[in-house]
Design a protein around this ligand. Sequence first.
Ligand SMILES: CC[C@H](C(=O)O)C(=O)SCCNC(=O)CCNC(=O)[C@H](O)C(C)(C)COP(=O)(O)OP(=O)(O)OC[C@H]1O[C@@H](n2cnc3c(N)ncnc32)[C@H](O)[C@@H]1OP(=O)(O)O
Length: 299
Amino acid sequence: MGIFVCRNSLRMLNVRWLYHRCLSLYNSNHGFNEAKIKEKLAQFTGGSVDLSKMDNGIAEICINNPSRMNAFTGTMMIELEERISDLENWKNGKGLIVYGAENTFCSGSDLNAVKAISNPQEGMMMCMLMQNTLTRLQRLPLISVALIQGKALGGGAELCTACDFRLMTEGSEIRFVHKQMGLVPGWGGAARLIHLIGSRHALKLLSGALRVHPENALELGLADNILLGTEDGFLSEAENWIMPYIKGPSDVSRAVKKVIISGREQKLEDALRTEKEIFGTVWGGLANLQALAKGTKHK
Ligand SMILES: CC[C@H](C(=O)O)C(=O)SCCNC(=O)CCNC(=O)[C@H](O)C(C)(C)COP(=O)(O)OP(=O)(O)OC[C@H]1O[C@@H](n2cnc3c(N)ncnc32)[C@H](O)[C@@H]1OP(=O)(O)O
C-alpha cells in the first residue's frame, strides 16, 4: 500500500502541477503588470464580490453592487480575482453558483470606471486582468452555474459564459451590448460564446447586440434551464439544480470537471494523456474501492 500511496500522490502532484501551470493567460511576458492595473482599478470603489463556501461543497459568489445594477467597479474586479484564488485553494469544493444581488445579474463594467480608463493601454490591462480571472473561473475544478435574474449585459454577459451552465429566470436577459458602445467583448466572452453556441449564432448575438430571453437562450444552447420560482427562492432552486451533478466525493467530482477542461482545451493527444493522469488519481481510490466492494448496480 505504501508504494501505491506514494505513486498516487506523485500522480496527484503531476496533475496539480500540470493543472496549475497554465492557470493565468497573461503575465509580464505579455506586458501584463497585474500590480499596476490593480493599483489603478483600486481608485474606482463601490460594491463588493461576496464569497460563501458551504459544507455541502457548494460556493456562492454574489456580484453585489445593486445601486448600479451590479456593475463591476474597479475594486470589484480586484475582489473577483481574489475570490477565484480562494476557490482555487478550496480542496473540498464541488460546485459554484454565481449570481447578482437584488434579483439582477450584472450590467458589466462600471461606466464611471470605464470612462476613466478609456486609454488603450489601461483598457487592455483591465481586459487582461478580467480575461485571466474569468479563464481561471472557467478552469476551477468546480461545476459552476450562473444564476441569471434580470440583466446580464456587456461584461455581465461575458461573465455568465465563463460558468459551465446558465439558469435563467422568467423575464431575464443576456445581451452583449458591446457593439452599441463601439466595442467588442474583451473579457473572453466572444471566444467562449462561440464554444457554447457556434460561430453563426455568436456572430448574430454580437453584431446585432440582440436581447437573448430565456426561451431563445434554451434554443441556442446558451441556457440550461428556466427557473419558474419566486425571487427569494431562486438561489435554492439553483442549488437543487446543481446537486445531482456534484453528488458523491469531492475528489471524483473535481476529477470529472478536470477531464472536461482538458478535453475542451487541449489537442486530442494531450487531452488523452491528461485524462490518463486524472484517471490515475481516482483509479483504486477510496470511492472506487467502496463501489467495487458494494457491487454498485446502475439501475
Ligand atoms: C468588456 C466589458 C465592457 C467594458 O468594460 O467595456 C462593459 O461591460 S461596458 C458596460 C456595459 N453595460 C452597460 O452599458 C449597461 C448600462 N446600463 C443600462 O443599460 C441600464 O442601467 C440597465 C439596462 C442595466 C438597467 O436599466 P434600468 O432603467 O432598469 O435602471 P437604470 O438605468 O436606472 O440603472 C439604475 C442605476 O444603475 C446605474 N448603472 C446601471 N448600469 C451601470 C453600469 N454598467 N455602470 C455604472 N452604473 C450603472 C445607472 O446609472 C443607475 O444609476 P443612477 O445613479 O440612478 O443613474
